[in-house]
Design a protein around this ligand. Structure first.
Ligand code: TRP
Length: 418
């Protein structure tokens, strides 16, 4: 049986390929070719998995409406580990998506015990970073968004405690507020469709967030009034939880359909997508939501500078955007690399960039130029590029990035409004 993923653990051990096999996440390679002019995180397979991304890739290609939403728990300062998701959101907005960010203050309060004031302070930092990277759209706080809270309550009617313990390992002593924060995240993921129209929605996340995505997709199905099924020979529309009038209304929309007790069969010639869209429209007329299944992309994690996972509990494993220069220097120059024991050995055998936190930092963020990156990789493996030189060059790139990022943050600081 597949193991559980705990999204609140600070040290999840997660091999993205195993997750793909165990949890039915699809490899991103299956949709990669649909993306013209792919950004770094797609070109370099940093985004490694997805659920339902075809709908989003098609919307991008056909210039149809779609949404992009992600959330941040404002429980600490933003750092390099958050940059990938931020860039993914901004890129999707540039591709025509409507952007949404949830500041998960309820989750931070319930799970990490942060005060509301502390949540607000951290949230402002995240917002500044997002605007500095080019974000535009809606940023909201979970606790101040009434429509979201209503949606979370509605979502909560479709999940029970045994499902929560199967998915998250919740136990009798788990606080109720923790469970409520789960329903908040489900509502976050569906919120763009509630407020800005039913459309494909992509949720860029790290793979540790997959349990929330799975649960949300289950709840999205459970919230439907009808089940539309492609039976091969024809399409059948089955009542799950719909008033009788809604079934009559659906039947009226398809001439030549046959209405039975609890289901309708359509004559040949209808496609699944077209039928489902009409049925979802009727659901909304009768007070339902008619949401499309949300999609997700999963990126692999940036390796910590000390080798393991980037984690705020290991201070030298990561660089915070506001770190003083002397700390940045200490962390980069002291990072664990893929270098050999001795200089001699390294010249002879070459380094191991796959294992190197500095190389990975360049691959994720510090070297946008593919040619330069592959030259770096080649020279390292050939034993021509030594770790000291490479770290110094990377440090300069990190310094430049941090300086420019700070300047941009100052320019957009006035946009942060709470
Ligand atoms: N749980 C996420 C985290 O720990 C934050 C989050 C809240 C989120 N709501 C979301 C992520 C909606 C994606 C979508 O970082």
């Amino acid at each position: 049986m597949a193991e559980q993923i705990n999204p609140w653990s600070s040290t999840p051990k997660m091999d993205i390929n195993r997750l793909i096999a165990d949890f039915g996440i699809e490899p991103f390679a299956s949709v990669k070719e649909k993306i013209t002019d792919p950004p770094v995180f797609i070109r370099r397979d940093i985004v490694a998995g997805h659920r339902g991304y075809n709908a989003v890739a098609d919307a991008i290609a056909e210039k149809k409406p779609f949404h992009v939403l992600t959330g941040f728990m404002p429980s600490g300062h933003p750092h390099f580990g958050h940059l990938m998701v931020m860039k993914e959101v901004v890129w999707h907005i540039q591709q025509g998506g409507k952007g949404f960010i949830s500041m998960a203050d309820r989750e931070a309060h319930a799970v990490r015990g942060l005060s509301w004031d502390a949540c607000d302070q951290y949230a402002r930092e995240y917002m500044e970073c997002l605007y500095a990277l080019g974000f535009s759209g809606e940023i909201y706080s979970q606790r101040r968004n009434n429509a979201l809270k209503d949606l979370a309550f509605e979502a909560a009617t479709k999940v029970n405690f045994s499902e929560l313990s199967a998915i998250y390992g919740f136990r009798p002593e788990t606080e109720l507020a923790h469970a409520v924060s789960v329903s908040m995240q489900v509502a976050d993921i569906l919120y763009p469709q509630l407020t800005a129209g039913v459309a494909p929605t992509v949720v860029p996340v790290g793979i540790d967030q997959d349990p929330h995505i799975r649960l949300t997709r289950d709840i999205t199905n459970a919230l439907r009034m009808f089940l539309v099924e492609d039976r091969g020979t024809h399409i059948s529309i089955r009542v799950k939880n719909a008033p009788k009038e809604a079934l009559d209304a659906v039947a009226k929309r398809f001439s030549g359909s046959k209405k039975y007790e609890g289901h309708i069969d359509l004559p040949a010639g209808h496609t699944f997508e077209e039928t489902d869209a009409i049925v979802r429209e009727v659901e909304r007329e009768f007070g339902g939501f008619g949401f499309l299944l949300p999609s997700a992309t999963y990126h692999s994690f940036l390796q910590g500078l000390q080798g393991g996972k980037m984690s705020s509990s290991v201070p030298d494993s990561l660089v915070w955007f506001d770190d003083p220069d002397k700390d940045v220097k200490k962390k980069i120059m002291g990072a664990l690399t893929g270098g050999r024991q001795t200089l001699e050995e390294q010249k002879k055998l070459g380094g191991e960039p796959e294992k190197c936190s500095i190389y990975q930092l360049n691959r994720f963020h510090m070297q946008e130029d593919d040619k330069e990156l592959s030259e770096m990789c080649r020279a390292c493996k050939a034993g021509e590029l030594m770790c000291g030189t490479c770290k110094k060059e990377t440090l300069e790139r990190v310094r430049n990035f941090l300086r420019e990022f700070k300047e941009k943050r100052d320019e957009v600081a006035h946009m942060v409004e709470w």
